[in-house]
Ligand binder design. Structure first.
Ligand SMILES: [Zn+2]
Length: 454
């Protein structure tokens, strides 16, 4: 059965809001503008694949919003003050500033390789200390936070609706909280906004004594400093819902009475269907651990393969990340690269409106463009959008291949030079190509010539 495609200019974008647990129409606070805050990495160690999955997914979200003519401000912070950083500095004797600078540069370098192009701001926590101190002082002044023996704590019991994002109840948290924390907390689940300095730790001045901010307050302050007290979308990995995002909401609502309108959470990466963490016993094996290291993945499969694999799924679902998967996706991407042939090298990326104008008079292609737009408008279903590109590629005409390339480029795929990542596959294709691609090559002569040159 053929569905009647929705007109491309019907611009209802729907987004799944974790807070309300349903899909809602995107309704920006300022018409035509979308502000997004995405929690970023704590910079104390080499990047693994988990660090860049969220940025790739939300880059695609921002790319699509831009294609739909929204101005997007996408903020992705750098956590450069944290216990893990302080511990690393203590272990190695290297100043914390040198550690955070090195891993910040490494992270930003990887984002550039992965064609993450829409992030407008990378605020660093250490640049926002005065704002954090002022924010905490407001909370203390309104008796929503209090001074205890080792720092300033948020008074969780005064926050009506605490737990609404994660669905956790305060009673359950009492049972789970560690009671042995000293220093006269009002409630065992109260969390630190300001931690007083211990010997050998970096510290900043505050009305409560020298110390440093807690993790949750860092994000509340940086997001509101750059996007306003009420902004459109707060994003992050599923594992950050509790306690990090729950506590961000509590602080911000206690401070300003509002925060992000919509919460988007991306699924975490899995290995052969199961969650993989640093504490997994297999992680002790360097060969196993290597598979998650970004430097190894990028040099083995190329950045365009990584981006392609991440976008093959849906941002809300966990995606499987194994060498087998990477190799399979590299082959699939190589198939598209070969079909696009000389078109890959052409610079430029037409806008969605330009693509639409070029396609409108083509009754074969117009429904595919409509379908692509429909799935992207429906909570950014990038995997279904890519599936549509494969369908269009099978049409094998120059116009169809141009459409594949231009739509892919809207999501940061098929950039000039990307074909290098899949060229090993191109070489192998001489003997072992799948029959379908070989057959298409016979029909698309100019492309075939280019493939021979490559
Ligand atoms: Zn955060």
């Amino acid at each position: 059965m053929v569905e009647t495609p929705r007109p491309v200019d019907d611009m209802a974008i729907s987004v799944f809001n974790t807070l309300t647990r349903r899909k809602e129409p995107l309704a920006p606070i300022r018409p035509g503008e979308v502000g997004i805050y995405l929690c970023g990495p704590t910079v104390y160690d080499d990047c693994h694949i988990g660090h860049v999955a969220g940025p790739i997914m939300f880059d695609a979200v921002a790319c699509w919003l831009r294609a739909r003519d929204f101005r997007v401000r996408l903020v992705n912070n750098i956590t450069d003050i944290d216990d893990k950083i302080i511990n690393r500095s203590r272990e190695t004797g290297e100043p914390w500033q040198a550690i955070t600078r090195r891993y910040t540069d490494q992270y930003l370098g990887y984002l550039a390789q992965l064609k993450v192009s829409t992030i407008s701001d990378h605020p660093r926590c250490s640049d926002y200390i005065p704002q954090m101190v002022a924010y905490i002082a407001e909370l203390v002044r309104h008796d929503r936070a209090y001074v205890a023996a080792d720092g300033v704590y948020f008074d969780i019991e005064k926050q009506a609706g605490y737990g609404k994002l994660s669905g956790r109840k305060l009673d359950e948290m009492i049972a789970g909280a560690r009671i042995e924390r000293d220093g006269g907390l009002r409630h065992p689940a109260d969390f630190a906004l300001w931690k007083l300095v211990k010997p050998g730790e970096p510290s900043w001045d505050s009305p409560w004594g020298a110390g440093r901010p807690g993790w949750h307050i860092e994000c509340s302050v940086m997001s509101t400093a750059l996007l306003g007290e009420n902004f459109d979308i707060h994003a992050g990995g599923d594992d950050l819902k509790f306690p990090h995002h729950e506590n961000e909401i509590a602080q911000a609502e206690a401070h300003s009475g509002c925060y992000a309108n919509c919460w988007m959470h991306n699924g975490l990466l899995q290995y052969e269907g199961t969650k993989i963490g640093k504490s997994d016993p297999r992680m002790k094996d360097p060969e196993f651990r290597k598979q998650f290291r970004l430097d190894w993945i990028l040099s083995s499969y190329g950045p365009s393969t990584v981006r392609f694999l991440i976008l093959q799924g849906h941002y809300r679902r966990p995606s499987d990340f194994t060498s087998k998967q990477l190799e399979a996706q590299r082959k699939a991407l190589g198939r598209l690269h070969r079909l696009l042939g000389p078109g890959m090298a052409e610079p430029g990326s037409p806008t969605l409106a330009e693509i639409e104008r070029a396609t409108a008079s083509d009754p074969t292609l117009a429904p595919h463009l409509a379908r692509f737009a429909e799935v992207m408008d429906d909570d950014f279903r990038t995997g279904d959008a890519i599936a549509e590109l494969f369908t269009v590629a099978k049409l094998e005409t120059p116009a169809a291949l141009r459409l594949v390339r231009d739509l892919g480029r809207l999501l940061g795929l098929f950039q000039p030079g990307d074909e290098k990542d899949t060229q090993a596959e191109t070489a192998a294709a001489g003997g072992a190509a799948d029959q379908q691609v070989a057959a298409l090559m016979e029909l698309v002569l100019p492309l075939r010539q280019q493939v021979r040159l490559a």
